[in-house]
Design a protein around this ligand. Structure first.
Ligand code: GLP
Length: 231
């Protein structure tokens, strides 16, 4: 695993966006695994800015989001589809039929395989070490499925902006789905993440810390800001 420590959140976001743009330039038909949460907001912002300023073409990309709430209307402002529209898809030219989210009974694993697998997957990490919505205890052989969320994860994910009722279940890529990606970028920012980043990157590889599975992958770049890396 390569660990890049950047001085601050803005540089982290810019660094992540530049790595993604480099991959898109090398392969315009790139298949991306895309995250939500607060951490990637700056990265999406930098991607949208580069798209506009450099007149880029994203029409041949294919995207697979890591996760989505279960039983939430897609237009709910708290849904990950809404997040992705607001922060990325409404501003770039990825065709709607090339954008994918996990949902009930969707053959997500087959769709990913049919796309030739994920070239580059970007992920954040939850406070308890979850990656996508794979909570502690998730098997490293897990695949896309419906899961129950912990109350801490729901609270963090909803950020007090409560859709009613708050979702207790979600669809998520599994750990094995994530590890099948050719390259993985892990993003973490802020002092609140320093403990879990230390456990995930330097602690024992254990299903108790889902993100520690990334230590077993041959091509991971962790991009941290100084605060997140400080332990
Ligand atoms: C949610 C998402 C995860 C994300 C995590 C961390 O649980 N399902 O994919 O990594 O939040 O989010 P944040 O970046 O806001 O800390």
């Amino acid at each position: 695993m390569r660990v890049l420590v950047t001085p601050d959140y803005q540089t982290l976001s810019q660094t992540a966006a530049e790595l993604i743009l480099k991959a898109i330039r090398a392969k315009p038909t790139l298949t991306l695994g895309l995250p939500t949460g607060k951490t990637p907001l700056g990265m999406y912002d930098a991607l949208v800015r580069a798209y506009r300023e450099q007149h880029l073409d994203f029409s041949k990309l294919r995207t697979f989001n890591l996760d989505e709430f279960a039983g939430m209307p897609t237009v709910d402002p708290c849904s990950y589809r809404s997040y992705m529209r607001q922060h990325f898809f409404d501003h770039v030219n990825v065709p709607p039929d090339r954008i994918h989210f996990p949902e009930r009974d969707s053959p997500y694993e087959k769709e990913i395989a049919d796309a030739g697998g994920i070239d580059l997957l970007i992920a954040g990490v939850g406070m308890n070490g979850h990656i996508a919505f794979n909570e502690p205890g998730s098997s490293f052989t897990s695949r896309t499925r419906e899961v129950r969320l912990t109350s801490q994860t729901i609270e963090n994910a909803m950020g007090g902006s409560g859709s009613s009722p708050a979702p207790s279940r979600a669809f998520t890529m599994g750990i094995a789905t994530i590890l099948d990606s050719s390259c993985i970028l892990l993003l973490a920012s802020g002092a609140a993440k320093k403990g879990i980043i230390h456990r995930a990157l330097r602690g024992p590889v254990s299903e108790a810390v889902p993100a520690s599975a990334l230590q077993t992958h041959p091509n991971v770049v962790a991009i941290l800001d100084e605060d997140a890396s400080s332990e």
